[in-house]
Write a protein that binds this ligand. Structure first.
Ligand code: B12
Ligand code: SF4
Ligand code: SF4
Length: 296
């Protein structure tokens, strides 16, 4: 069944697919507990600690997790003021669609197949699942990295009740060159494979509460008004990253927002125009605030 699954995934252009076990994620629990105690969590993560650790709380019959990588690198636009992960149509919608295609295929093959699919919004750490499924290795910059696509990929998964045999994690880590630590505008990469998310520019561009002077300074350090790519762009593992083979991520791109254009849109017109873009989830006001901070 695992071979059949992988063959099917290839027909929808998914090359990197692996299996993580549906057992308590105790290694992750230790790291997550430490991040909460140090107040280095962003607040965007799943709030229920037990749900992050015990898969059976989400799907009582869970036996395995199918994990897929979705490469999104489409080149770098030097004029961009959005981070690369936001260039395409909303990845949540694109990926959910593909995961549902896989789920429905398996429902036809396996009697009583139960599943739930997630991307970004699920209870677990997506990176940790992809690590367990053997799809990549840890970077000091916090990313999960793979040989072909570097770290420019999203992670989606299908928690399910079929006992697909798990894959083995990779034993290597990133080159540990330290370039990301040096270049990070928030100086928040701690060197032990974790970050202080509350100083991460990506977080600050999404933060709705008022910003402190230090937070404004962090945002001003680079030109992006949504997200941050510095720790990926400087990473040697991304220097030869291959362009995404998924057309959804290389076409219909928006790389830049214009202050005057945005200011001229009513909230309704903004929603209508950008509702299918991931950068719209915090609303027009936050994007305008960031454009004002950057001064572009
Ligand atoms: C909250 C969140 C954020 C927050 C906090 C990020 C953070 N690093 O914690 C903010 C807003 C800052 C953010 C920013 C970004 N995010 Co984000 N985010 C998430 C989210 C929703 C939860 C992450 C989380 O739980 N963090 C808590 C920490 C402790 O967990 P973690 O980062 O998942 O993984 C750590 C542990 O697993 C630990 N670990 C566990 N086991 C082990 C074992 C060993 C041996 C080691 C060494 C480490 C280790 O190491 C990891 C690093 O600390 C996930 C989706 C999801 N549900 O998982 C996406 C996710 C992590 N984000 C993603 C992306 C693309 C980004 C950005 C690149 C977007 C951008 N361009 O601006 C940046 C990158 C910033 C960075 N350096 O991490 C992708 C990452 C894909 C990848 N290749 O790694 C994810 C997985 C979404 C997805 N499904 O594709 N994000
Ligand atoms: S820049 Fe260097 S230290 Fe940072 S993740 Fe890449 S290889 Fe690791
Ligand atoms: S995304 Fe930017 S601010 Fe966040 S850790 Fe990476 S370089 Fe630092």
């Amino acid at each position: 069944m695992k071979t059949l699954l992988k063959e099917f995934c290839k027909t929808i252009n998914l090359e990197s697919v692996g299996i993580a076990p549906a057992k308590p994620y105790l290694d992750f629990a230790r790291i997550w507990q430490q991040q909460i105690e140090r107040k280095y969590n962003s607040g965007f993560e799943e709030k229920n600690f037990s749900k992050r650790v015990y898969p059976h709380l989400t799907l009582p019959a869970a036996k395995s997790v199918i994990v897929c990588l979705f490469p999104y690198f489409a080149g770098t636009d030097p004029e961009a003021n959005l981070a690369k992960f936001a260039y395409s149509l909303d990845y949540h919608l694109l990926i959910k669609d593909k995961l549902e295609t896989i789920g429905m295929f398996l429902q036809k093959q396996i009697t009583g197949f139960q599943y739930q699919s997630f991307v970004d919004n699920g209870p677990f750490s997506d990176r940790y699942l992809a690590f367990l499924a053997g799809l990549g290795f840890w970077g000091v910059n916090n990313h999960l990295i793979c040989d072909k696509y570097g770290s420019y990929f999203f992670i989606g998964y299908i928690l399910n009740n079929y006992p697909f045999p798990p894959d083995s994690p990779q034993e290597k880590t990133c080159l540990q060159c330290g370039k990301c630590i040096e270049a990070c505008p928030g100086q928040c990469i701690l060197g032990d494979f974790t970050i202080n998310a509350r100083r991460c520019k990506s977080y600050l561009t999404q933060k709705k509460d008022p910003l402190t002077a230090t937070e404004v300074e962090i945002i001003q350090k680079t030109a992006l008004i949504w997200g941050c790519d510095v720790c990926q762009d400087v990473c040697p593992h991304n220097q030869n990253a291959v362009k995404s083979n998924l057309l959804e991520f290389t076409t219909n791109l928006v790389t830049r927002l214009d202050y005057q254009e945005l200011k001229g849109l009513s909230n309704r017109a903004f929603k209508e125009k950008y509702k299918n873009r991931s950068f719209s989830w915090r609303g027009k006001k936050i994007l305008l605030r960031n454009l004002e901070i950057i001064g572009s």
